[in-house]
Design a protein around this ligand. Structure first.
Ligand SMILES: *Cc1c(COP(=O)(O)O)cnc(C)c1O
Length: 438
């Protein structure tokens, strides 16, 4: 399978080129050229198929021009020592917990697969890569964990000094080895600008810089794996399966849509957002009006102009009615989010994080719209995108209860921060990179 750029359909690249490029040269996003029918493959799997096996079988269909079945299996095995867990939340709503990876967020699936793919593809190639990425918190910790100790790969992560949470900062700055954290005297926007300019800089052209941000195809594809796995677990019990996806940049949702286009039996996707509701509005009206983001409790979804929207629109040939047949939008307020964290704890004695709560509220709302008989054979699977321990303050605000952190998070808190403080200029970044890597 080849991949084309959303800004130039004639520009076809291999999976390998796509993942080392990130963005296409025209600034577009890569999408798969073909929409193969993988129904038979999906039918051949069931609840006993392991996450690694179902992921490798599916990935091989997409990557077989680039990699043998054995190498794909290897990548999946290395990438996924963790897997999704499903809990029954009652009333035919299930929570798909995607937070059992090293950084405790669903981004671990994408980052880990990308890292394992890059390492595999660089093997025997006598090439090196330097991953350069800016983070406002969550992405950086998943990327750092995923690329830690990978052969022939160095990682440089920029984050805004004093503007990420203590836990996030510890996750970024305590790995050492091939991971360097640059603490920038400036904002997240400064960090992003510096990274963008570094990629364009002639002075840095000799360095093998590559990105690992969420538009990278190598992060997108593995985000389809857990939809396949979840369907395998529940398809014998329910005729119709609906997924709810708490969304910000819409990479997670786009991956699910691709799997459905390739024959995964998904009845519908609920695109759940916080008050940054430009996509639910588009689904309602056909009018897309990107804007400045507003701050909410589910801050990893505070996005006013989602970077994957271009990709999503392209998959539906810019036909908003077609998109509406597969997606329905629901947006959820901060008050509803807090209420949901609180009532979930009260009813089930379990914590959910604010992003998961957005999806849960949207799921309940949609369940009420389904009529009685249909609801019996229907399941809604709500994706849970972060461990509640990553959002201690909000969860405590909602429930009045302090959580015990999972061991992965507890451990980093006691480690010593190591970062390199730099100014918020591209020159400062260039100087650092040239000194370290040439
Ligand atoms: C990144 C993130 C999201 C949003 O995912 P997108 O793929 O950008 O839509 C939701 N929840 C959490 C916890 C995240 O970190």
């Amino acid at each position: 399978m080849k991949f084309y750029s959303t800004r130039n359909k004639n520009h076809l690249v291999s999976f390998k080129e796509a993942i080392f490029q990130g963005l296409s040269p025209e600034g577009g996003l890569y999408n798969p050229e073909e929409m193969p029918d993988l129904s038979n493959l999906f039918n051949s799997m069931d609840e006993k198929t392991s996450f690694v096996d179902s992921s490798a079988m599916f990935a091989y269909e997409i990557l077989k021009d680039d990699l043998s079945a054995e190498r794909v299996q290897n990548i999946c095995k290395k990438a996924f020592p963790f897997k999704p867990e499903i809990t029954d939340a009652g009333d035919n709503i299930f929570i798909l917990e995607l937070y059992h990876g090293p950084s405790c967020a669903f981004k671990d699936f994408g980052a880990s697969f990308l890292a394992a793919s890059m390492e595999e593809l660089l093997t025997g190639d006598d090439r090196k890569a330097i991953i350069l990425t800016a983070t406002s918190g969550d992405t950086g910790s998943a990327v750092a964990q995923a690329f830690f100790n990978k052969k022939n790969i160095d990682v440089v992560i920029l984050y805004p000094s004093g503007r990420v949470s203590n836990l996030q900062e510890k996750q970024l700055t305590t790995l050492g080895g091939n991971v360097t954290a640059l603490e920038v005297r400036g904002s997240f926007d400064d960090c992003q600008k510096m990274v963008k300019e570094a990629f364009l800089s002639k002075g840095l052209a000799a360095l093998p810089l590559t990105s690992a941000n969420s538009i990278n195809l190598g992060r997108l594809i593995p985000q389809a794996f857990y939809y396949v796995y979840a369907i395998n677990q529940l398809k014998k019990k329910f005729a119709d399966i609906i997924f709810t996806v708490p969304s910000g940049n819409f990479g997670n949702l786009t991956a699910g849509v691709l799997a459905a286009k390739w024959g995964l039996p998904v009845k519908k996707f609920i695109a759940a957002t916080n008050a940054n509701k430009e996509v639910p509005e588009y689904l309602e009206s056909g009018i897309y009006s990107p804007r400045q983001s507003v701050q909410t409790y589910s801050n990893a979804m505070d996005v006013g102009n989602p970077s994957n929207f271009e990709r999503l629109k392209d998959i539906f040939n810019d036909d908003y009615k077609k998109m509406g047949e597969m997606l329905v939008g629901e947006w959820v307020s901060d008050d509803e989010t807090l209420d949901a964290v609180k009532s979930y704890y009260k009813d089930k004695r379990r914590f959910i994080d604010p992003h998961t709560a957005v999806g849960y509220v949207a799921s309940q709302r949609y369940a009420r719209k389904l009529s009685g008989s249909c609801a019996k054979n229907s399941a809604i699977i709500a994706l849970s995108t972060a461990h509640p321990g990553k959002f201690l303050e909000v969860v405590e605000l909602a429930t009045g209860v302090k959580q015990i952190l999972p061991p992965q998070l507890e451990k980093v808190l006691s480690l010593k921060k190591e970062s390199v403080l730099i100014d918020n200029t591209t020159e400062a970044l260039s100087n650092y990179l040239l000194e370290k890597f040439s």
